[in-house]
Design a binder for this molecule. Structure first.
Ligand SMILES: Nc1nc2c(ncn2[C@@H]2O[C@H](COP(=O)(O)OP(=O)(O)OP(=O)(O)O)[C@@H](O)[C@H]2O)c(=O)[nH]1
Ligand SMILES: [Mg+2]
Length: 443
């Protein structure tokens, strides 16, 4: 790939603008534009840095770095190099140790890299130190995810939610950057005005946060009223890790045309459609995907989108079975559901992308049949039938294996979902006969 001439100063400048100059911050956060993307006038390159915890395996580290590279790509840049350092814990000052930092610095300089992306959140002081040392844009995991959300958010609610999260991210980072600039300016005589500026900035950002919270409350009230109008219908929400195929499944099940693509966080806005299965109409909602280390501030500001999940009668937990880390992804989703207060919902587990699943090849001949059987049981990627049996035994519930793309087994899913919905409907609305279902217009 073609590396552009070093534009470090410009990039550093734009980072400072975002973090320190509130006018710029307003336009950057306020318009819901992606910062990585917005500054990517020329194609941007990124190096990735990770300090994995001790218990993390090599394979996991590679997997997480692949995911980070995918996030960077989704934000509009290209990941060119990976730096991994095994430490007891990340360095409090600069996240990585001195030696590694020098290595990164040399690489960034020689390869005209536009930014350094960290697979963790950085403290305001780490951010400041790294920026001073590496002299390129420093992006941490929260900022990267916020950027992607900003690119994707379409509805007024989603845009307001992202903007709120962006300002909440910005607020604690104002001080550090100003202090850093003060030092650069020489300090003497600058301290007073510097501090006043920080205070002014803080006040502007706090005011903006308060305004956005109020705006969200109003939007929230309108959404609650809209949801009340849907009474009389069972509500089903698609949940799952990002990029597992929720939107594709929504399109396949309903008649909806929902934006789906092979990028992370294709969906940031919640969409609801009316679907009829087993002669029972119900509401099916597509929602934002989850990811490991999802920034807490983002979860908080996405309250109204997540209400869709919290208020659902049934969750369709979609899993990408072709992903090497699908089991961990299931865990991340379950943990996130717990965090948002939706862990007690009935769940139907749907394994998607079976067209892409390749079980480990275990050849059995007559003599080794037993050994082959044993090996199959411990295989990382066992045959689908065995996976299904394992999960059904574990959950005491049916699980479905489908391909939303090739439509394989979708009828089985329709049948199972139809039964669950009809049963839930009976339970919730025993007196509501057919024809009396609440009318609901798709949003
Ligand atoms: N091979 C295969 N690809 C699929 C299947 N279902 C979805 N995909 C692809 O997977 C990618 C992600 O699909 P989406 O439907 O956007 O996934 P999502 O879960 O809505 O993703 P986010 O909105 O980003 O959280 C797209 O490129 C789809 O075409 C499937 O059954 N098989
Ligand atoms: Mg989607």
């Amino acid at each position: 790939m073609a590396n552009k001439p070093n534009s470090n100063s410009r990039n550093t400048g734009s980072t400072r603008n975002f973090n320190t100059d509130t006018t710029q911050a307003h336009t950057s956060a306020g318009t819901g534009k992606s910062r990585v993307h917005a500054t990517a006038a020329e194609h941007e390159t990124a190096v990735m840095v990770s300090v994995p915890p001790r218990r993390q395996t090599e394979a996991q580290t590679t997997e997480y770095m692949d995911e980070l590279a995918f996030l960077i790509e989704t934000a509009g840049a290209t990941a060119t190099q990976r730096f991994v350092q095994r430490l007891e814990k990340p360095d409090i000052r600069s996240y990585v140790g001195e030696g590694k930092l020098a290595e990164i610095k040399a690489y960034v300089k020689h390869n005209s890299t536009s930014m350094v992306v960290f697979d963790d959140d950085l403290s305001p002081s780490q951010l400041r130190n790294l920026e001073a040392e590496l002299k390129v844009k420093i992006v941490d995991r929260s900022l990267l995810i916020l950027d992607i959300f900003a690119l994707r958010a379409k509805s007024a609610t989603a845009r307001t939610q992202v903007e709120l999260a962006q300002y909440q991210y910005l607020l604690p980072r104002l001080t550090g950057l100003w202090t850093h600039l003060d030092k650069q300016r020489g300090g003497v005589g600058m301290k007073g005005p510097g501090e006043t500026e920080i205070e002014t900035d803080r006040r502007i950002v706090r005011d903006r946060i308060a305004f956005l919270k109020e705006k969200l409350e109003t939007l929230d009230k309108q959404a609650t009223t809209r949801r009340k109008d849907r009474q009389g219908l069972i509500r089903v929400s698609l949940v799952g890790y990002t990029n597992v195929g929720k939107s594709t499944l929504m399109n396949a099940l309903g008649k909806a045309e929902v934006f789906a693509e092979n990028k992370l966080f294709a969906t940031v806005d919640a969409t609801t459609r009316k679907v009829v299965l087993n002669q029972t109409p119900f509401l099916l909602s597509d929602t934002v995907g989850f990811i490991r280390k999802l920034p807490t501030k983002l979860i908080e500001s996405f309250k109204s989108t997540l209400d869709e999940i919290r208020e659902a009668d049934l969750l369709l937990h979609v899993v990408d079975i072709s992903h090497p880390n699908f089991e961990e992804q299931i865990q991340v989703v379950n943990d996130t559901l717990l965090e948002i207060g939706a862990a007690d919902k009935p769940i139907l587990l749907v394994f998607n992308k079976i067209d892409q699943y390749r079980p480990d090849e275990i050849l059995a001949d007559d003599f080794a049949a037993e050994a082959a059987e044993a090996e199959r049981e411990t295989a990382a990627r066992p045959p689908l039938a065995q996976l299904q049996a394992t999960y059904m035994a574990k959950l005491h519930d049916p699980v479905v294996f489908v391909s939303a793309q090739t439509k394989e087994n979708l009828d089985e899913l329709r049948q199972l979902l139809g039964q669950r919905v009809a049963a839930l409907h009976q339970q919730r609305y025993p007196h509501l006969a057919a024809g009396e279902y609440g009318e609901y217009e798709a949003e």
